[in-house]
Design a protein around this ligand. Structure first.
Ligand code: NAD
Length: 497
């Protein structure tokens, strides 16, 4: 199957099990359509419980008897580096495929997502090679005499890992999970979103080309209830790494608890973006627009609640609106576009529902975005940016994760006030603070209840650092050593002599 050829014709994709592309057991397929045009891209194999069974069995065999978990870390690292290099060799085609399938602007898929996917592989190759091993020396009494003790911690792979990903950055998310899982010696079954399966299938093909043995990486495409749920429930699966919505993450946590699997959950957010009077205005404006409208707000980290201090409120809002009005909504494959379409028609309808509800609940529309008028965008799920000043922090537009280009804008007076309002949410993924005063920034960072805080920046993150949220934004952390902690089991071996 030539996935890179989606530009030239409709593809029929298969599942990837035990190193081979195969049809779903039931032979069913579903349609994958381009969010920008509604055009049919592929008939995708619709995996179900029987396919999950085959994929988990393959991953189990590859884990229990195959070479991958037993290989020296340095050899696995070589394979991962080759995979990173293959991603870069195919960068342009992958970025186009991703822009087409996910509706994400090409300038982001080409300059961020694909390079980051390659970086994930290279980073975890080095991280596993350099991971410190723990040894302690001691002396303890045992059966009547003093013994020398050497204790060492053997880090072993966890086993078969279920990796479930959402649709907003499919390739980046898939590599974000498989790179550390593979580096540590695990085998896996990936379940990409039914809305954007294509780049993950290509990734599976590249894994084989890089030298990943058969059965180590398996991909079951399909719907959450049909393919995701049996995968999470399967007793042969040892760990689940999930990125997606709070509702599904919660259900996964409950299901995984039945067999006490390790679970990590990266979920949604309603992140606060706080601009103090003393902020570098240009930086805060540029950063706040990016933090909110990148990928049309379809980003878990989106700074969807913008708090501006009273002293600069009017100037800031005027200039912010100017910049947002200048954002270009259009074909994601064009380098000119800042905002592509939303992922699907039902998702756009849901976002529009929040806009209507905001108006009904008394929010002032400073910018009321609708569907763009251009005829050439009529078949895509496009939506222009909206900015609301809600009458209170309590209404839906100010509280719910909308996952679209809809901002809530508030005015505040003091640090104490804004911290309390920013923390008044069930989410806790990230927060942004713009100020020239290091003390203000650090005091806010200390008190904001979220997994990540950026001062004078948005999502500047090194791969060594932890990523994840508190409260309903998630469970556990990924990134750097935190990913390797998750994908390994420490085993104590103690030698007395
Ligand atoms: P989703 O929860 O609907 O789906 C995520 C994945 O889970 C998909 O592969 C889906 O098929 C699968 N799934 C659905 N139901 C399932 C079930 N019952 N059992 C097992 N798997 C099931 O999320 P989405 O709509 O694809 O993505 C958007 C959400 O993802 C937003 O809430 C966003 O905030 C979140 N997200 C979080 C992060 C993060 O790192 N915190 C990053 C990106 C997206």
């Amino acid at each position: 199957m030539d996935l890179m050829a989606v530009a030239t014709g409709v593809q029929r994709t298969q599942l990837f099990i035990d190193g081979r592309f195969v049809d779903a057991a039931g032979g069913e397929t579903f349609e994958d359509r381009a969010p920008a045009t509604s055009e049919l891209l592929a008939h995708v194999a619709s995996g179900g419980a029987r396919d999950v069974d085959r994929a988990v069995a393959a991953a189990r065999r590859a884990f229990d008897g195959g070479p991958w978990p037993r290989m020296p870390a340095a050899q696995r690292a070589k394979v991962l580096r080759r995979l990173g290099a293959l991603l870069l060799e195919n960068a342009d085609a992958l970025a186009k495929l991703e822009a087409r399938d996910a509706g994400k602007p090409f300038k982001e898929t080409a300059h961020r997502d694909v390079p980051r996917a390659a970086d994930n592989c290279a980073f975890f190759a080095s991280a596993i090679e350099q991971r410190a091993q723990q040894v302690t020396f001691d002396r303890k009494p045992f059966l009547g005499s003093e013994r020398e003790i050497v204790s060492l911690v053997r880090e072993e792979p966890v086993g078969v890992c279920a990796l479930l990903t959402p649709w907003n950055s499919p390739l980046m998310q898939a590599t974000w999970k498989i790179a550390p899982a593979l580096a540590a010696g695990n085998t896996c079954v990936l379940k990409p979103s039914e809305l954007t399966p294509l780049s993950t299938l290509k990734l599976a093909e590249l894994c084989s080309a890089a030298g990943v043995p058969d059965g180590v990486v398996n991909v079951v495409t399909g719907f959450g209830a049909d393919a995701g749920a049996p995968l999470v429930a399967d007793a042969r699966v040892d760990a689940v790494a999930f990125t997606g919505s709070v509702a599904v993450g919660t259900a996964i946590n409950v299901a995984a608890a039945q067999t006490l699997k390790k679970v990590t959950l990266e979920l949604g957010g309603k992140s606060a973006n706080i601009v103090f009077d003393d902020a570098d205005l240009e930086l805060a404006l540029e950063g706040s627009v990016l933090a909110m409208f990148r990928h049309s707000g379809q980003v878990c980290l989106a700074g969807t609640r913008l708090f501006v201090q009273a002293g600069i409120y009017e100037t800031f809002v005027e200039r912010y609106l100017e910049r947002v009005r200048a954002l270009r909504v259009g074909d994601p494959e064009s380098p000119e576009s800042d905002l592509g379409p939303l992922i699907s028609a039902p998702h756009r309808a849901r976002v529009e529902g929040f806009i209507e509800r905001a108006l009904a609940e008394g929010a002032t529309a400073l910018l009321h975005g609708g569907r763009p008028a251009h005829a050439e965008l009529a078949n895509g799920h496009y939506l222009e940016p909206s900015i609301f000043a809600p009458p209170s922090d309590e209404i839906a537009v100010a509280r719910e994760e909308i996952f679209g280009p809809v901002l809530s804008l508030f005015q505040f007076e003091t640090l104490d006030e804004v911290v309390a309002r920013a923390n008044d949410t069930r989410f806790g993924l990230s927060a942004y603070v713009w100020t020239r005063d290091v003390g203000t920034g650090m005091r806010a960072a200390e008190r904001l209840h979220s997994g990540m805080v950026w001062i004078n920046g948005y999502f500047i993150r090194d791969l060594r650092q932890p990523f994840g949220g508190v409260k309903e934004s998630g469970l556990g952390r990924e990134g750097g050593r935190w990913s390797l902690d998750f994908f390994t089991e420490p085993k104590l071996v103690c030698i007395a002599y």
